[in-house]
Design a protein around this ligand. Sequence first.
Ligand code: KG4
Ligand code: ZN
Length: 342
Amino acid sequence: MSEPLVMGIESSCDETGVGIVRGAELLAHALSSSMEQHVRFGGVVPEVASRAHLEAMVPTLEQAYAESGIRVQDVDAIAVTSGPGLTGALLVGVAAAKALALAHDKPLYGVNHLAAHVAVDQLEHGRFGERVAALLVSGGHTELLLVDDIVTGITMLGQTIDDAAGEAFDKVARLLDLPYPGGPHIDRVARDGDPTAIAFPRGLTTGRDMDKHRYDFSFSGLKSAVSRHVQHEHRMGRPVNTADVAASFQDAVCDVLTKKTIAACLEHDVDTLIIGGGVAANARLRHFAQERAAKAGIKVRIPRLGLCTDNGAMVAALGAEVVRRGIAPSSLDLPADSSMPV
Ligand code: KG4
Ligand code: ZN
């Protein structure tokens, strides 16, 4: 079979995405985000996200047609994120994919959002070797994955036990009176700060915590430490040094993320690390990852930012892998599974 032509639909959080790929070749990458509607709430509101998906789905589909000159009639299969994610948001994409599959008699494939975040890298950097590790860091997830096979062999090595990495950035930005979503603002402000100014805690890195949670992450203690620091400065009548706090906080997050990830790569004999999710944009994370991976002889692959954040192309990329292997399609009663394991 020649490379399969696959459409992918994403709607697990606040991005409505429709992507079209032929094998590992990206043909359409249409996106609509409802982020602006969530800003005043300081976080993604599920009900608002679902309604926005409903409004954006058809225009985004049409945008993908316009970009590629390919319509749903032409594709070999339709892939859709069926989990994990916000239930109401997932349901919009799953319902749209089912309607298209039924109307045009196309096979439907429900795919895992986390696996899709990993698979998308192949659109940019070519097929993976035997075994890779992946660090996924966004507002909704923080996972460290061992990938022996993108379709059948993903193991969760670790994950956050409280806040997601991006969520920690967003909450700390709020403490520093920076706008939502806070990650890019902390990244920018931190450039003028001293990352060693304040010794913030590195969660789950010592003693029993480390033994029990070798590759897990925890950011809520760090967020509380930032909050205590800010309150202390206020009590002392001193202005908060936003740049130093941002730089020290960011350093703590990125230090732990990269240290544990590189240790996992070495333990599992992995020579390639993929980083995905919105936090992959962070300058400090990229710096630590590149520097520490190079020392350990590990290659780092980070897809361009538009492919790191949620999108339909990643769903299409994973769908194409599934189709290529001749795996049976999902049934038309495919459910949305908000806590789908990897
Ligand atoms: O993948 P994404 O666009 O959406 C989901 O959460 O699914 O990730 C958004 C998250 C937000 O928490 C945002 O603050 C964070 O990624 N983020 C960053 C940076 N850019 C975005 N965090 C740290 N540094 C950045 N430069
Ligand atoms: Zn995601």
